[in-house]
Design a protein around this ligand. Structure first.
Ligand SMILES: NC(=O)c1ccc[n+]([C@@H]2O[C@H](COP(=O)([O-])OP(=O)(O)OC[C@H]3O[C@@H](n4cnc5c(N)ncnc54)[C@H](O)[C@@H]3O)[C@@H](O)[C@H]2O)c1
Length: 370
Protein backbone atom coordinates (compact mmCIF):
# COMPACT_ATOMS: atom_id res chain seq x y z
CA UNK A 1 0.00 0.00 0.00
CA UNK A 2 1.41 3.39 -0.92
CA UNK A 3 0.59 6.74 0.61
CA UNK A 4 2.02 9.61 2.58
CA UNK A 5 2.11 9.54 6.29
CA UNK A 6 2.00 13.06 7.74
CA UNK A 7 3.57 13.07 11.13
CA UNK A 8 1.85 15.21 13.68
CA UNK A 9 4.43 17.42 15.43
CA UNK A 10 5.02 16.53 19.08
CA UNK A 11 2.85 18.46 21.49
CA UNK A 12 4.51 21.47 23.13
CA UNK A 13 5.46 20.89 26.76
CA UNK A 14 4.02 23.78 28.79
CA UNK A 15 4.70 25.02 32.31
CA UNK A 16 2.90 27.76 34.24
CA UNK A 17 4.32 29.86 37.10
CA UNK A 18 1.71 31.28 39.48
CA UNK A 19 -1.37 29.71 41.06
CA UNK A 20 -3.63 32.80 41.18
CA UNK A 21 -6.59 33.57 38.91
CA UNK A 22 -4.31 34.55 36.05
CA UNK A 23 -2.13 31.43 36.26
CA UNK A 24 -5.22 29.23 36.25
CA UNK A 25 -6.45 30.86 33.01
CA UNK A 26 -3.21 29.77 31.35
CA UNK A 27 -3.41 26.27 32.85
CA UNK A 28 -6.99 25.87 31.55
CA UNK A 29 -6.02 27.11 28.10
CA UNK A 30 -3.00 24.78 27.81
CA UNK A 31 -4.95 21.82 29.21
CA UNK A 32 -7.58 22.27 26.49
CA UNK A 33 -5.18 22.97 23.61
CA UNK A 34 -4.75 19.97 21.28
CA UNK A 35 -1.12 20.89 20.45
CA UNK A 36 0.01 21.39 24.03
CA UNK A 37 0.61 19.23 27.06
CA UNK A 38 0.56 20.97 30.43
CA UNK A 39 3.46 19.17 32.15
CA UNK A 40 4.43 21.38 35.10
CA UNK A 41 3.29 24.16 37.42
CA UNK A 42 5.21 26.24 39.95
CA UNK A 43 4.14 28.45 42.82
CA UNK A 44 4.81 29.09 46.47
CA UNK A 45 1.52 27.91 48.05
CA UNK A 46 1.35 24.22 49.06
CA UNK A 47 -2.46 23.90 49.07
CA UNK A 48 -3.12 25.24 45.54
CA UNK A 49 -0.11 23.28 44.22
CA UNK A 50 -1.70 20.01 45.32
CA UNK A 51 -5.23 20.96 44.22
CA UNK A 52 -4.17 22.23 40.82
CA UNK A 53 -1.86 19.25 40.31
CA UNK A 54 -4.84 16.98 40.86
CA UNK A 55 -7.15 19.07 38.66
CA UNK A 56 -4.76 18.90 35.70
CA UNK A 57 -3.64 15.31 36.31
CA UNK A 58 -0.01 16.24 36.92
CA UNK A 59 2.39 13.76 38.52
CA UNK A 60 4.40 14.75 41.63
CA UNK A 61 7.40 15.36 39.34
CA UNK A 62 5.44 18.12 37.59
CA UNK A 63 4.82 20.13 40.76
CA UNK A 64 7.36 22.79 41.75
CA UNK A 65 7.75 25.55 44.28
CA UNK A 66 10.26 27.79 42.52
CA UNK A 67 10.28 28.69 38.82
CA UNK A 68 14.00 27.96 38.36
CA UNK A 69 13.60 24.34 39.53
CA UNK A 70 10.75 23.92 37.04
CA UNK A 71 12.76 25.40 34.17
CA UNK A 72 15.76 23.19 35.06
CA UNK A 73 13.81 19.96 35.38
CA UNK A 74 10.66 19.99 33.25
CA UNK A 75 12.10 20.14 29.68
CA UNK A 76 9.64 22.90 28.72
CA UNK A 77 8.98 24.28 25.24
CA UNK A 78 6.75 27.09 26.49
CA UNK A 79 6.16 28.84 29.81
CA UNK A 80 3.46 31.19 31.06
CA UNK A 81 4.36 33.71 33.75
CA UNK A 82 1.56 34.72 36.12
CA UNK A 83 3.51 35.98 39.12
CA UNK A 84 3.66 39.42 40.73
CA UNK A 85 4.85 41.86 38.07
CA UNK A 86 8.40 42.33 39.42
CA UNK A 87 9.05 38.62 38.77
CA UNK A 88 8.04 38.67 35.10
CA UNK A 89 11.54 39.71 33.97
CA UNK A 90 13.56 37.30 36.16
CA UNK A 91 11.37 34.33 35.18
CA UNK A 92 11.39 35.29 31.49
CA UNK A 93 15.18 35.75 31.45
CA UNK A 94 15.69 32.34 33.08
CA UNK A 95 13.29 30.67 30.65
CA UNK A 96 14.71 32.36 27.53
CA UNK A 97 18.25 31.43 28.63
CA UNK A 98 17.04 27.81 28.64
CA UNK A 99 15.52 28.21 25.14
CA UNK A 100 11.89 28.28 26.34
CA UNK A 101 9.28 30.47 24.57
CA UNK A 102 7.61 32.93 26.96
CA UNK A 103 4.03 34.12 27.40
CA UNK A 104 3.94 36.68 30.20
CA UNK A 105 0.95 38.12 31.98
CA UNK A 106 0.54 41.88 31.60
CA UNK A 107 2.35 44.16 31.95
CA UNK A 108 5.54 42.92 30.31
CA UNK A 109 7.57 44.31 33.21
CA UNK A 110 7.47 47.14 35.73
CA UNK A 111 10.09 49.26 33.95
CA UNK A 112 11.34 49.96 30.44
CA UNK A 113 14.81 48.70 31.40
CA UNK A 114 13.51 45.32 32.48
CA UNK A 115 11.08 45.04 29.56
CA UNK A 116 13.93 45.87 27.15
CA UNK A 117 16.09 43.21 28.80
CA UNK A 118 13.32 40.66 28.16
CA UNK A 119 13.04 41.66 24.49
CA UNK A 120 16.85 41.58 24.16
CA UNK A 121 16.95 38.08 25.64
CA UNK A 122 14.17 36.88 23.31
CA UNK A 123 16.16 38.21 20.34
CA UNK A 124 19.40 36.64 21.55
CA UNK A 125 17.73 33.26 22.09
CA UNK A 126 15.47 33.68 19.03
CA UNK A 127 12.40 32.64 20.97
CA UNK A 128 8.85 34.03 21.07
CA UNK A 129 8.11 36.63 23.76
CA UNK A 130 4.45 37.60 24.07
CA UNK A 131 2.04 39.12 26.59
CA UNK A 132 -1.43 37.65 27.10
CA UNK A 133 -3.51 40.78 26.56
CA UNK A 134 -6.78 38.90 26.97
CA UNK A 135 -9.02 41.99 26.86
CA UNK A 136 -8.09 42.78 23.28
CA UNK A 137 -9.77 39.43 22.51
CA UNK A 138 -13.18 40.83 23.53
CA UNK A 139 -15.76 40.48 20.75
CA UNK A 140 -16.23 44.25 20.45
CA UNK A 141 -12.48 44.90 20.15
CA UNK A 142 -12.03 42.20 17.49
CA UNK A 143 -14.96 43.57 15.45
CA UNK A 144 -13.73 47.15 15.79
CA UNK A 145 -10.29 46.08 14.55
CA UNK A 146 -11.95 44.58 11.45
CA UNK A 147 -13.99 47.76 10.91
CA UNK A 148 -10.79 49.83 11.12
CA UNK A 149 -8.78 47.49 8.88
CA UNK A 150 -11.60 47.76 6.30
CA UNK A 151 -11.08 51.54 6.29
CA UNK A 152 -14.47 52.55 7.72
CA UNK A 153 -12.98 55.02 10.19
CA UNK A 154 -10.32 56.46 7.86
CA UNK A 155 -7.41 58.01 9.75
CA UNK A 156 -7.83 57.81 13.52
CA UNK A 157 -6.56 61.09 14.96
CA UNK A 158 -7.87 61.03 18.52
CA UNK A 159 -8.78 58.28 20.99
CA UNK A 160 -10.03 58.03 24.55
CA UNK A 161 -9.64 54.81 26.51
CA UNK A 162 -10.29 54.04 30.14
CA UNK A 163 -11.06 51.48 32.79
CA UNK A 164 -12.49 52.91 35.98
CA UNK A 165 -13.68 51.00 39.02
CA UNK A 166 -16.00 52.13 41.78
CA UNK A 167 -14.27 50.02 44.44
CA UNK A 168 -11.78 47.58 43.00
CA UNK A 169 -8.34 47.85 44.58
CA UNK A 170 -7.16 44.24 44.13
CA UNK A 171 -6.22 43.47 47.72
CA UNK A 172 -5.17 46.24 50.06
CA UNK A 173 -1.74 45.38 51.43
CA UNK A 174 -0.97 42.61 48.91
CA UNK A 175 1.79 42.78 46.29
CA UNK A 176 -0.58 44.72 44.01
CA UNK A 177 -0.26 47.79 46.22
CA UNK A 178 3.50 47.55 46.86
CA UNK A 179 5.61 49.56 44.44
CA UNK A 180 8.59 47.20 44.42
CA UNK A 181 6.42 44.22 43.40
CA UNK A 182 3.74 45.84 41.24
CA UNK A 183 5.65 48.78 39.78
CA UNK A 184 2.53 50.95 40.02
CA UNK A 185 -1.23 50.99 40.60
CA UNK A 186 -4.14 50.94 38.14
CA UNK A 187 -2.17 52.46 35.24
CA UNK A 188 0.27 49.52 35.44
CA UNK A 189 -2.49 46.98 36.15
CA UNK A 190 -5.61 47.79 34.09
CA UNK A 191 -4.57 50.98 32.26
CA UNK A 192 -2.08 48.87 30.35
CA UNK A 193 -4.96 46.74 28.95
CA UNK A 194 -6.63 49.91 27.65
CA UNK A 195 -3.35 51.25 26.31
CA UNK A 196 -2.80 47.95 24.53
CA UNK A 197 -6.31 48.08 23.04
CA UNK A 198 -5.89 51.67 21.86
CA UNK A 199 -2.46 51.10 20.28
CA UNK A 200 -3.63 47.84 18.66
CA UNK A 201 -6.71 49.57 17.20
CA UNK A 202 -4.75 52.65 16.09
CA UNK A 203 -2.20 50.56 14.15
CA UNK A 204 0.67 50.48 16.67
CA UNK A 205 1.82 54.13 16.64
CA UNK A 206 4.87 54.97 18.75
CA UNK A 207 4.78 57.50 21.59
CA UNK A 208 6.30 61.00 21.44
CA UNK A 209 5.28 62.60 24.75
CA UNK A 210 3.14 61.95 27.81
CA UNK A 211 1.55 64.31 30.32
CA UNK A 212 -0.02 62.57 33.30
CA UNK A 213 -1.24 62.89 36.87
CA UNK A 214 -1.77 60.28 39.58
CA UNK A 215 -3.85 60.35 42.78
CA UNK A 216 -4.12 58.11 45.85
CA UNK A 217 -7.32 59.14 47.63
CA UNK A 218 -8.71 55.73 48.67
CA UNK A 219 -5.94 53.15 49.20
CA UNK A 220 -3.92 55.02 51.83
CA UNK A 221 -7.10 55.33 53.94
CA UNK A 222 -7.92 51.62 53.62
CA UNK A 223 -10.88 52.34 51.33
CA UNK A 224 -11.78 51.19 47.81
CA UNK A 225 -10.83 47.52 48.14
CA UNK A 226 -12.46 44.92 45.90
CA UNK A 227 -14.89 42.54 47.57
CA UNK A 228 -12.58 39.64 46.69
CA UNK A 229 -9.70 41.24 48.61
CA UNK A 230 -6.86 38.77 48.91
CA UNK A 231 -4.92 37.40 51.83
CA UNK A 232 -2.57 40.12 52.94
CA UNK A 233 -5.21 42.76 53.46
CA UNK A 234 -5.15 43.77 57.08
CA UNK A 235 -8.11 43.40 59.38
CA UNK A 236 -8.51 47.17 59.74
CA UNK A 237 -8.54 47.54 55.94
CA UNK A 238 -5.21 49.33 55.80
CA UNK A 239 -1.93 47.95 54.54
CA UNK A 240 1.14 48.92 52.63
CA UNK A 241 -0.32 51.22 50.01
CA UNK A 242 2.46 52.69 47.91
CA UNK A 243 0.83 53.19 44.50
CA UNK A 244 -1.78 55.46 42.94
CA UNK A 245 -5.49 54.61 42.78
CA UNK A 246 -6.29 56.86 39.80
CA UNK A 247 -4.15 57.95 36.85
CA UNK A 248 -4.88 60.07 33.85
CA UNK A 249 -2.54 60.56 30.89
CA UNK A 250 -2.50 62.50 27.65
CA UNK A 251 -0.27 60.79 25.08
CA UNK A 252 1.11 62.33 21.89
CA UNK A 253 1.59 59.59 19.29
CA UNK A 254 3.55 59.36 16.07
CA UNK A 255 1.72 60.84 13.06
CA UNK A 256 0.04 63.55 15.17
CA UNK A 257 -2.65 61.37 16.82
CA UNK A 258 -3.38 61.74 20.53
CA UNK A 259 -4.76 59.44 23.22
CA UNK A 260 -6.44 60.29 26.51
CA UNK A 261 -6.05 57.38 28.90
CA UNK A 262 -7.54 56.93 32.37
CA UNK A 263 -7.35 54.09 34.85
CA UNK A 264 -8.73 53.85 38.34
CA UNK A 265 -9.15 51.12 40.95
CA UNK A 266 -11.45 53.25 43.10
CA UNK A 267 -13.42 56.44 42.50
CA UNK A 268 -16.82 57.88 43.30
CA UNK A 269 -18.52 56.98 40.03
CA UNK A 270 -21.91 55.40 39.35
CA UNK A 271 -20.54 52.05 38.18
CA UNK A 272 -17.41 50.41 36.76
CA UNK A 273 -16.67 51.45 33.19
CA UNK A 274 -14.46 50.20 30.38
CA UNK A 275 -14.48 52.23 27.18
CA UNK A 276 -12.67 53.14 23.99
CA UNK A 277 -13.85 56.07 21.84
CA UNK A 278 -12.19 56.62 18.47
CA UNK A 279 -12.35 59.72 16.29
CA UNK A 280 -11.53 59.03 12.64
CA UNK A 281 -11.55 61.10 9.45
CA UNK A 282 -14.29 58.89 7.94
CA UNK A 283 -16.08 57.57 11.01
CA UNK A 284 -16.03 57.14 14.75
CA UNK A 285 -16.55 54.30 17.20
CA UNK A 286 -17.73 53.84 20.76
CA UNK A 287 -16.77 50.58 22.45
CA UNK A 288 -18.03 49.38 25.82
CA UNK A 289 -21.41 49.20 27.48
CA UNK A 290 -22.75 51.88 29.85
CA UNK A 291 -24.51 49.01 31.70
CA UNK A 292 -21.51 46.86 32.66
CA UNK A 293 -17.77 47.11 32.11
CA UNK A 294 -17.52 43.49 30.93
CA UNK A 295 -20.40 43.61 28.45
CA UNK A 296 -19.04 43.86 24.89
CA UNK A 297 -20.81 46.56 22.88
CA UNK A 298 -19.87 48.53 19.79
CA UNK A 299 -21.33 51.45 17.83
CA UNK A 300 -19.76 52.66 14.63
CA UNK A 301 -20.66 56.22 13.65
CA UNK A 302 -20.55 56.83 9.93
CA UNK A 303 -22.55 58.14 6.97
CA UNK A 304 -24.70 56.16 4.55
CA UNK A 305 -25.44 57.97 1.28
CA UNK A 306 -24.76 61.28 3.04
CA UNK A 307 -27.00 60.53 6.06
CA UNK A 308 -25.52 60.23 9.55
CA UNK A 309 -25.74 56.57 10.52
CA UNK A 310 -24.95 54.39 13.50
CA UNK A 311 -24.05 50.73 12.97
CA UNK A 312 -24.15 48.12 15.71
CA UNK A 313 -22.25 45.20 14.19
CA UNK A 314 -22.91 41.61 15.27
CA UNK A 315 -20.00 40.73 17.56
CA UNK A 316 -17.91 37.57 17.54
CA UNK A 317 -17.52 35.66 20.81
CA UNK A 318 -15.00 36.80 23.41
CA UNK A 319 -11.71 34.94 23.11
CA UNK A 320 -10.24 35.72 26.54
CA UNK A 321 -7.09 33.95 27.72
CA UNK A 322 -7.76 30.87 25.57
CA UNK A 323 -7.38 32.97 22.43
CA UNK A 324 -4.25 34.69 23.75
CA UNK A 325 -2.74 31.26 24.40
CA UNK A 326 -3.88 30.01 20.94
CA UNK A 327 -2.16 33.00 19.28
CA UNK A 328 1.02 32.38 21.28
CA UNK A 329 1.06 28.67 20.39
CA UNK A 330 0.50 29.54 16.71
CA UNK A 331 3.51 31.91 16.86
CA UNK A 332 5.65 29.20 18.45
CA UNK A 333 4.46 26.74 15.78
CA UNK A 334 5.24 29.19 12.94
CA UNK A 335 8.39 28.77 10.88
CA UNK A 336 10.05 32.04 11.89
CA UNK A 337 10.27 33.85 15.21
CA UNK A 338 12.22 36.85 13.90
CA UNK A 339 9.19 39.19 14.30
CA UNK A 340 8.02 37.63 17.56
CA UNK A 341 10.53 38.94 20.08
CA UNK A 342 8.02 41.31 21.64
CA UNK A 343 9.53 44.59 20.41
CA UNK A 344 6.17 46.32 19.86
CA UNK A 345 5.27 45.58 23.49
CA UNK A 346 7.88 48.11 24.58
CA UNK A 347 5.65 51.03 23.50
CA UNK A 348 3.31 50.07 26.35
CA UNK A 349 6.13 50.03 28.93
CA UNK A 350 7.51 53.32 27.58
CA UNK A 351 4.16 55.12 27.88
CA UNK A 352 3.37 53.76 31.35
CA UNK A 353 6.82 54.66 32.67
CA UNK A 354 6.66 58.13 31.09
CA UNK A 355 3.22 58.64 32.66
CA UNK A 356 4.56 57.93 36.14
CA UNK A 357 7.57 60.19 35.52
CA UNK A 358 5.33 62.97 34.22
CA UNK A 359 3.04 62.70 37.26
CA UNK A 360 6.02 62.84 39.59
CA UNK A 361 7.61 65.80 37.83
CA UNK A 362 4.35 67.69 37.10
CA UNK A 363 5.29 68.25 33.46
CA UNK A 364 5.09 66.68 30.02
CA UNK A 365 7.74 64.02 29.43
CA UNK A 366 9.16 63.84 25.92
CA UNK A 367 10.13 60.36 24.79
CA UNK A 368 13.50 59.96 23.05
CA UNK A 369 13.03 58.57 19.58
CA UNK A 370 15.34 55.70 18.55
N1 LIG B 1 -4.91 39.44 32.23
C1 LIG B 1 -5.71 39.53 33.27
O1 LIG B 1 -6.92 39.68 33.14
C2 LIG B 1 -5.11 39.44 34.65
C3 LIG B 1 -5.92 39.35 35.79
C4 LIG B 1 -5.31 39.24 37.04
C5 LIG B 1 -3.92 39.27 37.14
N2 LIG B 1 -3.17 39.40 36.02
C6 LIG B 1 -1.70 39.41 36.09
O2 LIG B 1 -1.28 38.09 36.43
C7 LIG B 1 -0.16 38.14 37.31
C8 LIG B 1 -0.52 37.39 38.59
O3 LIG B 1 -1.67 37.97 39.17
P1 LIG B 1 -2.60 37.14 40.17
O4 LIG B 1 -3.75 38.01 40.52
O5 LIG B 1 -2.88 35.79 39.61
O6 LIG B 1 -1.59 37.05 41.41
P2 LIG B 1 -1.64 36.13 42.70
O7 LIG B 1 -1.03 36.91 43.79
O8 LIG B 1 -3.01 35.57 42.90
O9 LIG B 1 -0.68 34.89 42.32
C9 LIG B 1 0.70 35.06 42.16
C10 LIG B 1 1.37 33.71 42.13
O10 LIG B 1 2.78 33.88 41.89
C11 LIG B 1 3.47 32.92 42.68
N3 LIG B 1 4.86 33.29 42.92
C12 LIG B 1 5.33 34.38 43.54
N4 LIG B 1 6.69 34.31 43.63
C13 LIG B 1 7.06 33.14 43.04
C14 LIG B 1 8.32 32.48 42.82
N5 LIG B 1 9.45 33.04 43.22
N6 LIG B 1 8.32 31.29 42.19
C15 LIG B 1 7.15 30.73 41.81
N7 LIG B 1 5.93 31.31 41.97
C16 LIG B 1 5.90 32.48 42.60
C17 LIG B 1 2.69 32.88 43.97
O11 LIG B 1 3.03 31.71 44.67
C18 LIG B 1 1.25 32.92 43.45
O12 LIG B 1 0.80 31.62 43.19
C19 LIG B 1 0.16 39.62 37.49
O13 LIG B 1 1.14 39.99 36.56
C20 LIG B 1 -1.14 40.33 37.15
O14 LIG B 1 -0.93 41.62 36.64
C21 LIG B 1 -3.74 39.46 34.79
Amino acid sequence: MSGTVTERPARLRAGVVGFGWAGQQHMDAYALHPDVELVAIAGLEDGPRATLGERYGLPEAGLFRGYQEMIDAARLDVISIATPTALHAPVALAALAAGVHVLSEKPLAESVDRASAMVGAAKAADRVLDVSFNHRRRGDVKMLKQVIDDGLLGEIYYAKAGWLRRSGIPGLGTWFTQKSLAGGGPMMDIGVHMLDMALHLMGEPTAEAVSAATYAEFGPRGRGGSSGAKVGARADGTGAYEVEDLSTAFVRLSGGATLLLEASWASYIERDQLYVVLYGSEGGAVLGSPEAWNLPQLSVLTELKGFPAELTPVLPADGNHAEAVDDFVAKVRSSSWADQHGEHLLTRSTIVEAAYRSAEQHREVVIDQP
